[in-house]
Design a protein around this ligand. Structure first.
Ligand SMILES: *Cc1c(COP(=O)(O)O)cnc(C)c1O
Length: 373
């Protein structure tokens, strides 16, 4: 049996009859950039996340940049970022000229550890980025307590967490400003690069709207510096169609996660993801950890699964503080032990809503076989 890590073809086939005419409509109207279809999507997406403003942008990375840019962060400032995340979270700081300062994650939720946040705050800190990693919301209330106390802004990186909930509230409106990615493999994926920025703050919304479109709210009237971070019409059309199904697909991911849990919870050799009591996890990724034996054991499990037709992933093999691109920040191995351990022992299993019971059972069976159980 073959179990791909992700299969975007099944999903496309299931909605092809709606996607193709939606793209054709963009071609017929030559509405290639922003336009009504993108604005309609923005409204639908904002409603789904219970947030006042949503702006379609050119990628999640550009959304990360816009969030810190709109907050007025720049050279000489610092932004606290979890050590265990995709690198783009940190580009939000570097693209404004600010410095990312890393903080370790919590060993159960895998999200930034509120108890360790305080240590990372300096007189230059301007913001904290709470990444809802793998689809599980970070502990927003505990983090907010610290950001409020220290007068810092809070940014949510929701790139992996469309429709995820913290205490029954959707992510994306739980902070000053939030960004989403619609990279094709994300829970809501475009057919190219795309992202969004959401906020309940009118002033920040106005800035995002200007900055994404050359600093102009009216064509050729450039009130501020800006960039070209606009969403394509075709991406808006694809995402608009997909919004009808995102809840169903999210349920599908949760069903896959429940099935993995049912089949693997008795296997003491691995640690399964924990859905925190405050969270509705949307399982962008299903990351297990090998309990003993570190990277060596994890790598031999990987080889065994791959050899048996099961594709796997690593999220992420090198924590940000040990990446070459941040070597000038002078972090060293041992600085963030929880993130380092996760990088060594974590393994992402296939996860997408269309995974069949047979495939899930096969993955579980092979993992057990590896551990001779
Ligand atoms: C995917 C991702 C991004 C970047 O999004 P792109 O659309 O690929 O630019 C940022 N942060 C996190 C946590 C991500 O997973």
């Amino acid at each position: 049996m073959q179990v791909p890590f992700l299969d975007l073809k099944i999903q496309y086939q299931s909605i092809k009859n709606e996607i193709n005419p939606a793209i054709q409509n963009i071609l017929d109207n030559t509405s290639f950039i922003l336009g009504k279809v993108v604005f309609d999507f923005e409204n639908t997406f904002a409603k789904a996340h219970n947030v006042k403003h949503c702006f379609g942008v050119s990628s999640g990375t550009d959304g990360n940049h816009l969030a810190s840019w709109a907050l007025g962060i720049g050279a000489g400032d610092e932004i606290i970022v979890p050590a265990n995340t995709f690198v783009a979270t940190a580009w939000g700081a570097t693209l404004t000229g600010a410095k990312p300062v890393f903080a370790d994650c919590d060993s159960i939720s895998y999200n930034i550890d509120p108890n360790k946040l305080g240590d990372a705050v300096t007189s230059k800190t301007k913001a904290v980025v709470a990444v809802h990693l793998y689809g599980q919301p970070a502990d927003i209330e505990s983090i907010s307590k610290i950001t409020k106390d220290k007068n810092l802004s809070l940014i949510e990186d929701c790139a992996q967490a469309h429709l995820a909930e913290y205490k029954n509230k959707k992510v994306g409106g739980l902070s000053d400003i939030a960004c989403f990615s619609f990279y094709p493999g994300k829970n809501l994926g475009a057919y190219g690069e795309a992202g969004a920025v959401t906020t309940n703050n009118d002033e920040l919304a106005n800035k995002v709207k200007m900055y994404r479109d050359h600093g102009a709210l009216q064509k050729y009237h450039h009130e501020s510096l800006g960039h070209n971070y606009r969403m394509d019409g075709i991406q808006g059309a694809v995402l608009g169609v997909k919004m009808k199904y995102i809840e169903k697909w999210t349920d599908g991911r949760r069903i896959v996660a429940a099935k993995y849990k049912e089949l693997l919870c008795d296997l003491g050799d691995i640690i399964l993801p924990t859905e925190m009591s405050y969270a509705k996890h949307v399982y962008h990724l299903y990351v297990i950890q090998v309990r003993n034996g570190g990277a060596e054991k994890r790598d031999s499990l990987t080889k065994f699964l791959n050899k048996n037709g099961i594709a796997t992933g690593l999220h992420y093999p090198i924590p940000l503080h040990l990446q070459k691109c941040f070597s000038d920040l002078k972090y060293k191995k041992g600085d963030f032990p929880v993130s380092e351990k996760l990088a060594e022992s974590g393994l992402s299993l296939p996860m997408y809503p269309e995974l069949s019971d047979n495939q899930i059972e096969y993955v579980a069976e092979k993992i057990k076989e590896f551990f001779n159980k």
